[in-house]
Design a protein around this ligand. Structure first.
Ligand code: SAM
Length: 337
C-alpha cells in the first residue's frame, strides 16, 4: 500500500509548539502522519481531535493511531464544521490547529477515486463519495462551454481553458480519467516528459476544487480555527497551490491587523481588532532534500500565526498604516507608537 509522507513534518511540530499536555486539532487528518507526530510530541497526556471528510482516510487514521487510545478522537466531518465538532468534543480552547490542505497520496493512489490522471478510473473526485454532490463527470458532461471554461480558469488558472472546454464539449460524454486526459492532450498538445507538468494537471486540480467546493470550505473554516484557539495557541496551514495560499495569506494578514479600513480613510471606522500575530512572514518551504525524498512536497507552503492574548490591545505588525495622516486610532484601541 502507498504511504502518505507528511510534508514539512518538523516545521509543523515546531510551528504548533507542541508540548506535553497540549490539546490539538488536525482538521485534515488524512494518513495521520502529522497527527502521530503531534501525539508523540505531546506525550504522555496531550490530546488530539482529528477530522477528515473522507471516510477512507478516517479508517486509516483510526487504525494508525489505535495505540493512542484515550488521547485521540477522530470524526468523519468536514472542517467546515470545525468549531461545532471541537465544542462537542470539549476541545475548546485548543492549543493548536493544523490544516494540511488538498489531497493525500492515499487518495491519489486509489484509481476508484478518479483523482489521478495517471490511472484509469471513474471521473468522481469527491472526497466524501457518500456525501452526495456532483461528481467530476457531472460537471464535464453537464456544464456549458462557458461555465466549464470559467471553472478551469478560476480553479486551475488554466490559460487554455476555453480550448479545453470546447474539446470536452465535442468529445462528451466522458466517463473516465483517461478519456479526459486524452481530450486535454489533444486540445493543448503534449510534449511528453520534457514539459514541467502534464497538461491535464490544471484541469484535474480545477475539477477537484469545484467538486469539493474546497476554497469555500477553507474560507469558512479559518475564522472558526481562530475562534477556538486559546490565547497563545497556534494556527498552522499547509497549502499546495497559489489559490489556497492566497486565501491563507490574506486571512492571516487581515486578522493580524487592528484596522482594516481602506488606506485613504483618515479615521478608523471598521472596529476590527487583531486576533492573530504572524509567526511566518514568508511561507516555510520544503528543503531540496525533502523534495528529493518526497516530490509531492515541492509546492507545499506552511504559514503559521498565533492567537493574540488580548485582541486589539497593542500595535500589530501590519496594523495602523496611517500615522502620517494624523490617524486618531488610539481612541479606538490602536497604539500607533
Ligand atoms: C494532504 S492530506 C492530509 C495528510 C495528513 N496531514 C497526514 O499527515 O497524513 C489532506 C486531507 O484533507 C482531507 N480534506 C480535504 N478537504 C477536507 C475538508 N473540507 N474537511 C476535512 N478534511 C478534508 C482530505 O480528505 C485528505 O485526507
Amino acid at each position: 500500500m502507498v504511504a502518505h509522507i507528511p510534508v514539512l513534518f518538523q516545521a509543523v511540530l515546531d510551528g504548533l509548539q507542541v508540548r506535553p499536555g497540549g490539546r490539538y486539532v488536525d482538521a485534515t487528518i488524512g494518513g495521520a502522519g502529522h497527527a502521530a507526530g503531534i501525539l508523540a510530541a505531546s506525550s504522555p497526556d496531550g490530546r488530539l481531535l482529528g477530522l477528515d471528510r473522507d471516510p477512507a482516510a478516517v479508517d486509516v487514521a483510526r487504525a494508525r493511531l489505535a495505540s493512542y487510545l484515550g488521547r485521540v478522537v477522530i470524526e468523519h466531518r468536514s472542517f467546515v464544521h470545525l468549531a461545532e465538532v471541537a465544542r462537542s468534543q470539549q476541545f475548546v480552547p485548543v492549543d493548536g490547529v493544523l490544516f494540511d490542505l488538498g489531497l493525500s497520496s492515499l487518495q491519489l493512489a486509489d484509481p476508484s477515486r478518479g483523482l489521478s490522471f495517471t490511472a484509469e478510473g471513474p471521473l468522481d473526485m469527491r472526497f466524501d463519495p457518500a456525501g452526495g454532490g456532483p461528481t467530476a463527470a457531472d460537471l464535464v458532461n453537464g456544464l456549458s462551454a462557458e461555465e466549464l471554461a470559467a471553472l478551469l480558469y478560476r480553479y486551475g488558472e488554466e490559460k487554455q481553458a476555453r480550448r479545453i472546454a470546447d474539446a470536452i464539449l465535442a468529445a462528451r460524454p466522458l466517463h473516465t480519467t483517461k478519456e479526459l486526459v486524452a481530450v486535454v492532450e489533444r486540445a493543448v498538445g503534449w510534449g511528453g516528459r520534457r514539459e514541467r507538468i502534464h497538461p491535464a494537471t490544471r484541469t484535474f486540480q480545477a475539477l477537484r476544487i469545484a467538486v469539493n467546493d474546497e476554497l469555500a470550505a477553507i474560507e469558512a473554516a479559518l475564522p472558526q480555527a481562530v475562534e477556538i484557539l486559546a490565547p497563545g495557541g497556534r494556527l498552522a496551514v499547509i497549502s499546495f497551490h497559489s489559490l489556497e495560499d492566497r486565501l491563507v495569506k490574506e486571512f492571516m494578514r487581515r486578522e493580524s491587523r487592528d484596522c482594516i479600513c481602506p488606506p485613504d480613510v483618515p479615521v478608523c471606522t471598521c472596529g476590527h481588532r487583531a486576533m492573530l500575530r504572524l509567526i511566518t512572514r514568508k511561507p516555510i518551504r520544503p528543503t531540496a532534500e525533502e523534495v528529493a525524498a518526497n516530490p509531492r512536497s515541492r509546492s507545499a507552503r506552511l504559514r503559521v500565526a498565533e492567537r493574540v492574548q488580548e485582541a486589539g490591545s497593542r500595535r500589530q505588525e501590519a496594523g495602523c498604516r496611517r500615522q502620517e495622516a494624523g490617524c486618531r486610532m488610539q481612541e479606538a484601541g490602536c497604539d500607533t507608537r
